[in-house]
Design a protein around this ligand. Structure first.
Ligand SMILES: [Zn+2]
Length: 531
């Protein structure tokens, strides 16, 4: 009974502490502005980025200046293109020091408390640590399996990242920059390398990725795979004029779901992209209650004279979140608690990540990537460049991800409560795996919202994206072998993955779809680590 009382107390504390963590990240993200009033400091930036910064300045009451923020659509282009190295450093440091500034929004003490409370709670429930508690119901089952996957991939990723760093350094040297490559230089020289290797400038691609066209594209993919149809409804009230609603029907015309999209940043809106539902699918008294699902994003906003033109990253995210939406919409189960995306955390990214595979396939691009102004389909030359550059920078992308996933595991496999010196713990964790100075983990502890902004959230679960990628790479291979719109493969995927929710063991479901357990080799191939 004393134990129960203590559990209640811990839950209450975790809830309060994680809310505070989240609020601190929000405050640190929103409070910061890099205000530029000297036009020379904009050198290197594309016009679209400058225009967006000017609009941001006006909105912030800094008319006539340029404002950059710690929101990704703002800081990433600045890091990619701004010639002014000092300002790149300043903005990047502001980004990665969030929650670590020893001010009222500092998150270090909260992290220590959260990690310790999770451990205490897990022990009260009979587990040796939080990871053991969290992983029991996942596909991975235990920490050994998680570390094995992460370390296996790390062994390919880190050497690749070092090779990339050397290539970037070589460009800087050749340009006579006289610098030692630092983390705030990575994006900048990566853009130059991308340009050099593929003659590909992300900005020249954007006109082909108007948000409305991309959304139409993902609908077409769902139509070709599953026979779904999407009809825009103007009669349904929405909570903001930027929101659109669609009725989704099956091949036979029967109602499947309502689907909402809410794709642009607004003041007060949470950053990132996600799927959720107003109503989950379930069956009540024999009646199939169909779901109401939404996708939220923070994609590049339309400007006064241009529509919303997405980056490749945005496009991938839109397809990804739509995959979650399909998982919610195609659910056919009895209990809403087992419905749609209510599945193991390391299984839930399979339906979303597999959708990303279709986004940039040439025949799919031909369907939706049309110039917003001329209506011209994306030229083969650009498609070729997108394909060729698909594995570009993969050492970096994988390294920053796996570093963050390992950091998460390192916190949550501790078996003793302790006073954490968060910066020292993080450094030790990264030193242990030999992370290079030019790369920081995708999330540093003090703004690692995935693992610290919810009582449980993705704690001991950030690895899930990679785990799911083993699945999605292997699953897409089934399509690749038979044709990317192969109807029988699509039927099996819908039947055993998209419609079953959490009603059966995920590995059993997967095997029913694929006929075998997933083979990690396709992940390594997709990332270009092996031939
Ligand atoms: Zn996802």
């Amino acid at each position: 009974e004393a134990g129960k009382e203590r559990l209640r107390e811990i839950n209450k504390q975790l809830s309060a502490l994680t809310i505070q963590f989240n609020n601190n990240v929000l405050a640190e993200t929103n409070n910061y502005k890099l205000v530029i009033d000297n036009e020379a400091d904009l050198a290197g930036l594309p016009q679209s980025v400058i225009s967006a910064a000017a609009e941001a300045a006006t909105a912030a009451g800094e008319e006539g200046k340029w404002v950059f923020t710690l929101h990704k659509p703002s800081w990433i282009p600045f890091l990619q293109y701004a010639d002014n190295r000092d300002l790149r450093e300043k903005l990047y440091k502001a980004m990665y020091m969030r929650g670590n500034n020893d001010n009222e929004f500092d998150n270090k003490a909260l992290i220590s408390e959260i990690v310790n409370l999770r451990l205490e709670r897990s022990k009260l429930l009979g587990y040796k640590n939080f990871a053991a508690y969290a992983l029991e119901e996942r596909m991975a089952k235990n920490q050994e399996n998680v570390y094995k996957l992460l370390n296996d991939v790390w062994a390919y990723a880190l050497p690749q990242a070092k090779k990339e760093a050397a290539e970037l350094q070589a460009i800087a040297d050749r340009e006579g920059a006289n610098i030692e490559l630092a983390s705030w230089d990575w994006w900048y020289y990566t853009e130059k390398l991308r340009q050099e290797k593929y003659n590909l400038n992300e900005e020249e691609l954007r006109p082909y990725f108007k948000m409305e066209n991309v959304r139409e594209g993902v609908f077409m993919v769902a139509n070709k795979l599953y026979g779904l149809n999407f009809k825009k409804l103007d009669s349904i009230p929405v909570y903001n004029p930027e929101v659109d609603v669609y009725e989704v029907t099956d091949a036979d015309g029967s109602h499947i779901a309502l689907f909402y999209t809410d794709y642009f940043p607004r003041a007060g809106k949470r950053a990132g992209a996600w799927m959720s539902s107003f109503r989950k699918q379930s069956t009540r008294d024999g009646e199939d209650i169909r779901p109401i699902v939404y996708n939220v994003g923070n994609f590049t906003k339309p400007l006064a004279d241009t529509p919303s033109l997405l980056s490749l990253d945005d496009v991938e995210t839109l397809f990804h979140e739509f995959g979650h939406a399909l998982h919610g919409m195609l659910s056919r189960v009895t209990y809403h608690g087992l419905s749609g995306t209510s599945v193991a955390r390391d299984f839930v990214e399979l339906p979303s990540q597999i959708m990303e595979h279709w986004a940039f396939k040439p025949e799919v691009l031909k369907m939706y990537a049309r110039h917003y102004d001329t209506g011209e389909a994306i030229p083969d030359e650009l498609i070729g460049k997108i394909e060729a550059s698909g594995k570009f920078n993969m050492g970096f992308i994988t390294t920053e991800f796996v570093a963050a996933a390992l950091l998460d595991m390192d916190y949550h496999t501790q078996t003793e409560e302790q006073q954490y010196d968060v910066n020292a713990f993080e450094k030790a964790s990264m030193d242990k795996i030999g992370l290079i100075d030019q790369i920081i983990p995708r999330y540093k502890s003090t703004y690692y919202s995935h693992i610290f902004s919810n009582p449980e959230g993705y704690a001991s679960g950030y690895y899930s994206y990679l785990w799911s990628e083993v699945l999605d790479a292997d699953a897409f291979q089934a399509f690749a072998e038979k044709g990317i719109f192969d109807q029988e493969t699509a039927r099996l995927f819908r039947e055993y993955v998209l419609s079953k929710g959490n009603t059966e063991d995920p590995m059993e479901l997967y095997k029913k779809f694929r006929g075998a357990e997933p083979d990690p080799v396709y992940l390594l191939k997709n990332r270009g680590f092996i031939e």
